[in-house]
Structure formats: C-alpha cells, structure tokens
Ligand binder design. Structure first.
Ligand code: ADP
Ligand code: MG
Length: 476
C-alpha cells in the first residue's frame, strides 16, 4: 500500500487490535449503524455497520473522472426512460425468458397505454466502478453497473470521512488523514427528493419510503428522512402490504395512504422477485405507478437500470443515439465501459458463448438480478452456458469482462468476525440525483460517493449481502 498505510502499522498486531476498538467506537459515535440480524425491526440493540479499519488509496484523477461523468449518466438514464422504442428493442430478448423483467415491462406498457400521470421525474442512482489494472497498462475506471433503484448507503457513507479521519489521527497517520475527502450524499439525495416534493405542490403531502418487511438498514435511510424533516417535509415508511391495505387513488389519481396524500414514493424495496410476496404486491406497484405521486424511480427508469440495457448501451452507436451532437459526452461515458457482450440468439451471441467457454476466467455472467450474489464466475460459467447455449434461455444473461483491480491489504471490521488482515478489492460508487419537470431538467448533480471493500476471496456481493464493507477513498 505505497500510497496508503505503512506496512509496519498494518502488521503490528497490538496496535491494530487497540485501533480496531477505537474504530468501532468511532463508528458508533458517528452513527455508522446497522440493526442486528436477530432483531431487524428493533433499534433496542444495534451494531456498527461493517467497515474497513483503514481507508483505501484511490487515484484522485480516476475519482474525479467518476464524479465528473455522473451528471451525464443521470441524463442518459433519464433519456432512456423516455424512449419506449429503445426499451422495447433492448429488452425484447430478455423479457421473452426472464419472468421478473417481463413483469416489470408489462407495468411499463400499462403505464404508457394509460398515459403518464405525472410529468415530474425524480432520479436517485449510483453508478459503481472498479479500477481495472490491465497487465502493464494504466489503471482505468470501469463501470460495474448503475443502480437506478434503491441505491443504498448514501446515509451511512456520509459519516465515514469522520470515522476514518479519527482512526488515522489515533494511528498517527496525519498526512494520510489529509487525503480523506468530505462526503455527504444524504444531503444531496434529500435535496432532490425535496425539490420533487415542492414541485408536486401540496404542503400537506408526504414523502413515502416504500420499505422492506425486515429493516436492518433503516438507519442508512433515516439520514435522508432526517434531512427532509429539517425542511419540514413529513416522511412515512410503508411496506407493500401497508399500501395495499390502506392505499387508494382518488379521481385525480392522487395517491393516499392512511388518508395522507403522497407526493413522492421513494422505493427502497421492490427490485427483487422475492420482494413481491403476492399478486396483491404487484397490484400495489401498479397502483403507485398509475398515481400522480412522483415515483423514484418510475417504472421506465427502473427498466433503464437493468443489466441488459447496460450491455446494449455498449454496442456501437447506442450511447450516440442519446447524445446526438455531443461527442465529448459520449466519449466520457464510453471511456467507463468495460467489454459487454450480448447472448442474444444469432452469430454475435454465439461468438460471446464461444469466447466465454474458452476463457471463463476473463468474464462474469450476469442474470437480470440486483442485490448481490447472483453473478456467475469461472468454471460455473461453462456449466451454465453449456446448459443454455442452444436455447433462448441464454438471453436471460449478459456477459461482461471481469475487471481486475489491484488488491490492497486491510482489516474488515464486522460484528463477531475475527480481526485479521485481508487481501481486498474495492468498488467506488457515485451518487447521482436529478429532477425533471416536463422538458426542464431542474436539478442534475453528482451528490457524493461510496467506497465499498470486500475480501478478494469473494467474487460477488455488496454490503447488504454481508460481503462488502464501508470504506473511504484516500485520494492520492
Ligand atoms: P448487483 O446488482 O448484484 O449488485 P453487480 O453487477 O453490481 O450486481 O455485481 C455484484 C458484485 O459482483 C459487484 O459488487 C462486484 O464485486 C462483482 N462484479 C460484478 N461485475 C464485475 C466485473 N465485471 N468484474 C469484476 N467483478 C464484478
Ligand atoms: Mg452492484
């Protein structure tokens, strides 16, 4: 870790175990908190959200590149969401075999048929990257995916700079301490929600967080709620079941839940098939999509964030279609693309299959799922592809180059985990927030970042999946 923490410190067991105790208390004091798995719906006993003992070096130029391209990604997601022909073409093969995406797509079609009832669009997303280190080549920023639905950790990551600054001070690493940059996505995300609420134009209306039954990560969301309360905007938290029981549309398609008018539905649940426990939950999603409430995301922005769309964007001429006279913007976006390959039926898809079977370790096979733990790697790619390669089933997946970041050494602090040095890989996320009313973009910002780090033994998985932990970039 040439630019980071000296190896003498990393290997000094006594110092490290003292420092880990200091670090955990700092996380608690600063509010980097998670409910425990034994009682996900109670704040009586909580723990620190898992995090790294030390921040991880990230080249400043690449960090700034990610921050700079974010507003263009916001625009891109928004434009895709407004282009039904593109979505239809891009998702045609996927929805013929993937029931979940097909279901979402049907909602999108139903909304289009009835006509969108709200012209205010609120987008909160997070574009995730790894730093690819090709043999002998320069390190480059490569997008892993963009999350347009329920991108989390904007709250807890707001507290990480202070935690790591404190740890570095206690560790006597004052120079490194200077390299931790401020971060406050919660404020920026809430600002966009507040703007959408204001444009909706009813002082009595509330912002509804559509949440899971099990709410371990509630404290992350509370940061955003609290920012809204500071602006005197009332927030409520409801599950699909709550809304199905007490939600209704009035004659003007205004959404009322428990007799409260809802200006904004902020989905923090609903991105996985298992989030829809019954037909009733699907009906409830449809009702919200039909409503006048501003949806974050609306169904078409949800679809714009699918992995299939990401793969289609990487094909020649596709990003260009959305930025017809802006070659520099196209170039900025394209520079962050890793190799992405179609598995659609036909010669091009056959080529992707052959390539993956020949060198599976160079690729990741991804189904249309979110939330970690779904991707396929190594030999398993061959097993899966050999089963599906001759049928349309293969189009449920996309193929992507595997990014090879430079590993770092760090300690991952997680409740009840032994303290030991780990070889780690990191993923940088940038939070985007935008609000559009009709044709006018009224806000389009990059509002902060998230660094997550995992043990390199794990190929897949985020913080919620119990694999990655929160981190801070040490810019050099
Ligand atoms: P999810 O929607 O499940 O978060 P991702 O595409 O973000 O799906 O993949 C999950 C994890 O798998 C990432 O956080 C990353 O650790 C790993 N991963 C995904 N794509 C790649 C890739 N192309 N190269 C290396 N690792 C990857
Ligand atoms: Mg991800």
């Amino acid at each position: 870790m040439a630019q980071g923490i000296p190896s003498e410190l990393l290997m000094n067991n006594t110092l490290i175990s003292d420092l880990a105790e200091v670090a955990k208390d700092a996380a608690l004091l600063h509010g980097v908190l998670l409910r425990i798995k034994e009682s996900p719906n109670s704040s009586e006993v909580v723990t620190y959200a898992p995090f790294t003992l030390f921040p991880t070096p990230v080249p400043k130029a690449l960090f700034l590149q990610a921050m700079a391209v974010q507003t263009h990604y916001n625009t891109l997601m928004d434009k895709i969401s407004q282009d039904p022909d593109f979505l239809q073409e891009a998702l045609a093969s996927t929805i013929s075999v993937d029931e979940f995406t097909a279901r979402l797509y049907r909602i999108h079609q139903q909304v289009l048929k009835k006509g969108r009832s709200q012209s205010i669009v609120l987008g909160l997303n997070r574009s995730d990257y790894m730093l690819d280190q090709k043999e002998d080549g320069p390190t480059s920023l490569k997008q892993i995916e963009i999350n347009t639905f329920a991108a989390s950790f904007g709250g807890l990551s707001s507290r990480m700079p202070d935690v790591h600054r404190h740890i570095l001070k206690v560790a006597g690493q004052l120079k490194a301490r200077q390299c931790i940059t401020d971060n406050d996505p919660a404020v920026g995300l809430a600002k966009a929600v507040a703007k959408a609420w204001e444009l909706y134009g009813s002082k009595r209306a509330v912002v509804m967080f559509l949440v899971e039954e099990k709410q371990r990560n509630i404290l992350d969301q509370r940061y955003i709620e609290n920012e809204l309360w500071k602006r005197n905007i009332v927030t409520i938290r409801k599950s699909f079941e709550d809304v199905s029981k007490s939600g209704e549309l009035d004659d003007n398609k205004r959404l009322f839940v428990d007799c409260q008018e809802v200006a904004v539905v902020y989905f923090r649940n609903g991105y996985m098939p298992q989030n829809y426990k019954s037909e009733q939950d699907w009906e409830t999603r449809l009702m919200m999509e039909f409503s006048m409430a501003v949806k974050c995301p609306d169904i078409s922005t949800h679809l714009a964030g699918t992995k299939k769309v990401q793969q289609v964007l990487a094909q020649p001429g596709v990003v260009e279609r959305f930025f017809p006279n802006q070659p520099q913007v196209v170039e900025q976006i394209r520079a962050t693309f890793a190799g992405l390959y179609t598995l659609d039926m036909g010669a091009e898809g056959d080529k992707s299959v052959a390539m993956a079977l020949a060198t599976p370790d160079r690729f990741v096979l991804k189904p249309q799922r979110e939330g970690g733990g779904n991707n396929i790697y190594g030999q398993e790619i061959c097993e899966v592809l050999n089963k599906v390669k001759n049928s349309a089933e293969r189009t449920a997946y996309i193929l992507m180059d595997k990014i090879q970041p430079v590993p770092t050494q760090n300690y991952l602090l997680r409740r009840e985990m032994p303290l030991k040095v780990s070889t780690c890989l990191s993923e940088l996320g940038c939070f985007g927030a935008y609000v559009r009313q009709g044709k006018d973009m009224v806000m389009n910002d990059c509002v902060g970042h998230l660094l997550r780090t995992k043990n390199s033994e794990h190929l897949d998985g985020g913080v919620a999946a119990g694999v990655a932990v929160l981190d801070s970039p040490l810019l050099f």
